[in-house]
Design a binder for this molecule. Structure first.
Ligand code: COA
Length: 332
């Protein structure tokens, strides 16, 4: 593919709320144990935003990025917020962030692809930059999952947390760095396994939709697990083969953090040892669109990613949606 530029990540930022919900908290509110949660999912803690909304998480992650990398908000061209928990159906959360950070010349939009939201939006953001049309795209993965989690449903409430993380994407003429390739997929036949059916045009909110708890996330965990474990592993391996990459060529797998067993299966399929897999599911659980950028920020700030490292980002989520992206890190 002929691209005018490659798209590189030139800044990162994150925000997680202070309030921690550990497994002991869930032992008190539903019939579960720390041992069950730890062995089945790998999760020990997750965060909860007590006041505010997804735009507040996203704004704080954006502000962290701008401050850390000394970027002027007025120079940002586009803001994309990947989320399934927007503050409202409209206006877009991206507009709220635009106002909060003072990105006076930016336009923006929200991107809905559930747990693949960051990955799909990353490809989109890079395309805006690769064409030469835009110079600074701020991409934020943000979800306040606590707003749509039913805390009486032990199958699901233990899985999710609130967080946001941001990346700044800019053009470079150096084709050896930045996004190299992606394979992205969706299959709507997965719609019956993971959804939030109330509140939209299908089931506008009524007393009845609320009584039936349709405003909460529903997941058939076992069914999703089976497809996710194969989907994420297969597509990550396919991307490696397509780009002639061996496990030695890859510095890190950056997987969506839904379940440690899905992550382990993906790494195994790719022939990667544990030290080449970014993991923070133990601290944050599944933060939906925020998981992948949250890993990038933490590992970068810990000095574990260096310029020239090849990363494979990989995700699976509601829709179904899934995919993998191969990028070469460009920041020192
Ligand atoms: N504590 C204790 N027991 C629980 C429990 C909990 N929090 N949640 C469910 N159980 C029970 C179930 O009721 C079931 O009991 P039963 O055998 O009497 O019916 C038993 O544990 C086993 O449930 P199962 O669904 O087989 O567990 P699992 O090993 O598949 O793990 C998930 C459940 C949700 C952790 C797992 O299926 C999963 O991670 N699914 C996919 C999540 C995902 O990737 N989502 C994709 C995008 S976000």
């Amino acid at each position: 593919m002929n691209k005018a530029y490659n798209a590189v990540i030139t800044g990162v930022g994150m925000y997680v709320p202070d309030k921690i919900l550990d497994n002991a908290f869930f032992e008190k509110i539903v019939d579960t144990t720390d041992e069950w949660i730890t062995t089945r999912t790998g999760i020990k803690e997750r965060r909860k935003l007590e006041t505010g909304a997804t735009s507040d998480l996203a704004t704080k992650a954006a502000e962290d990025l701008l401050k850390t990398h000394n970027v002027n908000a007025e120079d940002i061209d586009v803001i994309i917020v990947a989320t399934i928990t927007p503050d409202m159906f409209f206006p877009a959360t991206a507009c709220l962030v635009q106002e909060n950070i003072g990105a006076k010349k930016a336009w923006g939009f929200d991107f809905s692809a559930a747990c693949s939201g960051f990955l799909f939006a990353y490809q989109t953001a890079c395309s805006l930059v690769e064409s030469g049309t835009y110079k600074k795209v701020l991409l934020i993965g943000a979800d306040k999952m606590s707003a749509i989690v039913d805390y009486s449903d032990r199958n699901n409430c233990i899985l999710f947390g609130d967080a946001a993380a941001a990346v700044l994407i800019e053009p470079t003429e150096d084709k050896s760095v930045g996004l190299q390739d992606s394979i992205l997929k969706c299959d709507g036949s997965g719609k019956n396994f993971l959804y939030l059916k109330g509140g939209g045009s299908l089931n506008p909110p009524t007393h009845d939709t609320v009584d039936k708890r349709m405003h909460y996330l529903y997941q058939d965990g076992k069914a999703v697990f089976k497809v996710a474990v194969k989907g994420m592993a297969d597509i990550s391996y396919e991307l490696m083969v397509k780009n002639n990459l061996t496990s030695d060529d890859i510095a890190y797998l950056v997987p969506h953090q839904a379940n440690l067993r899905i992550i382990d299966a993906t790494a195994e399929r790719m022939g990667l040892s544990k030290d080449k897999v970014m993991i923070n599911i133990d601290k944050y659980g599944n933060t939906t669109a925020a998981t992948i950028p949250l890993c990038l920020v933490e590992y970068y700030r810990a000095g574990k990613i260096k310029k020239g490292d090849n990363l494979i980002l990989s995700a699976f989520g509601a829709g179904f949606t899934w995919g993998a992206s191969y990028l070469t890190w460009s920041m020192d």
